[in-house]
Design a protein around this ligand. Structure first.
Ligand code: FPP
Length: 258
């Protein structure tokens, strides 16, 4: 079988040593994808799940360490009830259906967000999949579910304040590294790359602390159309960027001090 352009891109990605370790994705455009075809919005979400599967497989192929997907935000509850129910159903069914494959593919499932806000049955399925895959050492698939970046930061602040008031922590102990340890992404590196599909230029309350130096990649492609080739194009684009983290670099790309 001849190698496709995507296969060739994958080979180039793997041959370089500046691969993105953690990729985060705002999967936008399911509704517009459906509308364009005269279908109900829920059909767009259903097709979106197929894209999730494709991109998880592509992330495994590209040796990405962590993939965080914005599956449901706290703001998404404001959508019509029928749409919320459809998204929740898809999440629950997909997790259940894909559990065995995640184990086989050495994928570790984790979640960020307020899981207590999910129905007990759904939470249980999710926690079971998290438990079953917790010792896997391949891709970490992190689902942001009932997630809010601001709520996550406030929760960390509350926990830290409680420990300070109980004198378990001193004010001097509070620094960026320890603060990150109180976030729901504890243990994951900050995202190197944030992809947003369907052409919107917003963060939408996603990983607000963690994305301070993340490279952004915005594409007009609707999420259900986003495929392996699109994903590899984003990874290659990332590898061409010069990440300065606020510094000035010399001609060899090393931080310049004087
Ligand atoms: C944004 O498109 C998409 C969502 C709010 C839901 C994303 C959820 C899925 C794709 C299902 C996830 C499943 C798993 C297993 C992770 P939109 O509806 O806002 O699109 P629009 O902006 O065109 O209306």
């Amino acid at each position: 079988m001849p190698a496709s352009a995507a296969d060739r891109a994958l080979k180039r990605i793997l041959s370089r040593d500046n691969q993105a370790r953690h990729v985060a994705i705002i999967m936008d455009g399911n509704g517009r994808w459906a509308k364009k075809r005269g279908l109900p919005r829920t059909a767009g979400h259903k097709e979106g799940v197929k894209a999730v599967k494709r991109i998880v497989e592509a992330a495994v192929e590209a040796h990405v360490e962590a993939l965080t997907l914005y599956a449901f935000s706290v703001e998404n509850w404001r959508r019509p009830r029928i749409e919320v129910a459809a998204i929740m159903h898809l999440l629950y069914e997909t997790t259940k259906r894909e559990m065995r494959e995640m184990v086989e593919k050495n994928i570790r499932l984790t979640a960020a967000g307020d899981l207590d806000g999910l129905s007990p049955r759904r939470r249980q399925i999710l926690l079971k999949a998290i438990e079953k895959t917790k010792n896997n050492t391949g891709l970490t698939l992190n689902l942001a579910l009932n997630y809010s970046g601001r709520a996550e930061i406030l929760e960390a602040v509350r926990k830290i304040a409680a420990e300070v008031s109980r004198r378990k922590l001193a004010l001097e102990d509070i620094d960026e590294t320890m603060f990150a340890g109180y976030l729901q992404t504890d243990g994951l590196p900050d995202p190197d790359l944030l992809i947003r599909t369907s052409g919107e230029y917003r963060l939408s309350n996603f990983l607000l602390w963690q994305t301070s130096y993340t490279e952004l990649y915005i594409t007009d492609t609707f999420w259900p159309d986003f495929d392996r080739a699109h994903f590899f194009a984003a990874l290659e684009d990332y590898q061409k960027r010069e990440r300065r983290f606020g510094r000035v670099l010399d001609r060899e790309g090393r931080p310049r001090k004087s």
